[in-house]
Design a protein around this ligand. Sequence first.
Ligand code: ADP
Ligand code: ASP
Ligand code: MG
Length: 469
Amino acid sequence: MITVQKFGGTSVGSAQRIAGVADLAVAASARGEKTVVVTSAMGGVTSTLVAAAERATQGNWNFDERPMLAERHDAAARALFGDDARLLAMVREQLDHGLERVDSLCFGLSLVRELTPRILDAISGTGEMLAAPILAAAISSRGVASEAIHATELIVTDDQFGDAEPLAAETRAKTQGRLVPLLQAGVIPVVTGFIGATAGGVTTTLGRGGSDFSATILGAALEADEVWIWTDVDGVMTANPADVPDARTMRAISYSEASELAYYGAKVLHHKTINPVQFARIPVRILNTTNPDGQGTRITFEGHPSPTGVKAITSIRNVSLVSVSGRGMQGIPGIAARAFGAIAAERANVLMISQASSENNICVVVRSEDEARVVRSLRAALEFDIMKEHIDDVTADDSIAVIAAIGDRMAGTPGIAAKVFGALGAENINVIAISQGSSERNISLVVSESDASRAVRVIHEAFALGRKN
Ligand code: ADP
Ligand code: ASP
Ligand code: MG
């Protein structure tokens, strides 16, 4: 049996947590399983690196965070295998090498003062390269051979820096070539999550939270039996526990439900996590490192349809509602096509589309970081219609959030929309826009950001999704 086991930032956030992870990897090996470990950066490190890059771009050439990062990793290494001088020296050399590289890149940034996605990837992807050797050494110190491997050797991606797409055939060849001999020799490879490289060898990242995606990419490439994603909650829950204290862990969900949940803001899974395993039907488990005996959530093709239809509620923040509106739009063909063409040209991700039946208005929800580019591109593409006054304006509102109710069995279950809107109405929560995906696995709606948490709680309650007390 081959499993790919991914450990998130909190799970490798301290020496004590890394020791727990190493124990889990060693236990899998003792059960005779061939295990590939994928590690995130220690919690908070990626954000620290991004902040350093941004400050360097402002002209501050000092990598001020370096001593703190060096000490945090070194302290973990000392606590885990300080008595093994050989391991400690080997790990220290890699830590030094990684931090030195960030130092040089930040110095370069302070001179050119332009932070391109390509340089940001080179810097932000270093966190995983600092964590992997520590975890591999912790496993070795427990008597099981282990080797830290940079995913730049395994995962081949396109050159969309900051949001790279893996190239399956190339990745499969490299991953099998490098990892299969290690697995056969009983070695546990510890692979850096989050990063890959172009065919030409330039480091890319898979987007924030991308280590989940790394795990399923590697799982598919190795034709693994299962992919296990270890995190800091008991599994995929009926809502973000930060919004809904009585949210419940779901035992089983389908690939399509997991994809919708991840796409609509459930941070527990990177939004592309399911893509690589869906075709090969490799099961994914979400497990809790602080409760390793828990059942977690099992994600499979079939899932486990719920009688109520709705299984979970999500919210996405940091999004903007961009509207193209004007009475003159009615009956003019091609405005929607041009609008969507303009958005696609910016490679902006559209999270939701809604068109009022009066045709006076087309709304799309995009990430707030894309808002300015999308508005500019729409204004340019629709310049003629604005001049002719078919369109009044293109406007944007970033004080909103998207709420989604998700479940496979929503299709064909009547009354779900009525229940969602009835519950929000009873609480005086204003719904700004609505959309139902054509898959009918999802109803999403836009509310004011200040109402988002309450809206999630109210819908969660209306469908009685919480723990039964
Ligand atoms: P990791 O560092 O292990 O990748 P993340 O912080 O990326 O962990 O994801 C886990 C977090 O996702 C949880 O701690 C929780 O706050 C958040 N979360 C949001 N929505 C959900 C949900 N529906 N189920 C479980 N966790 C959720
Ligand atoms: N370390 C990366 C991040 O913080 C990737 C991950 O943790 O999944 O975004
Ligand atoms: Mg994550």
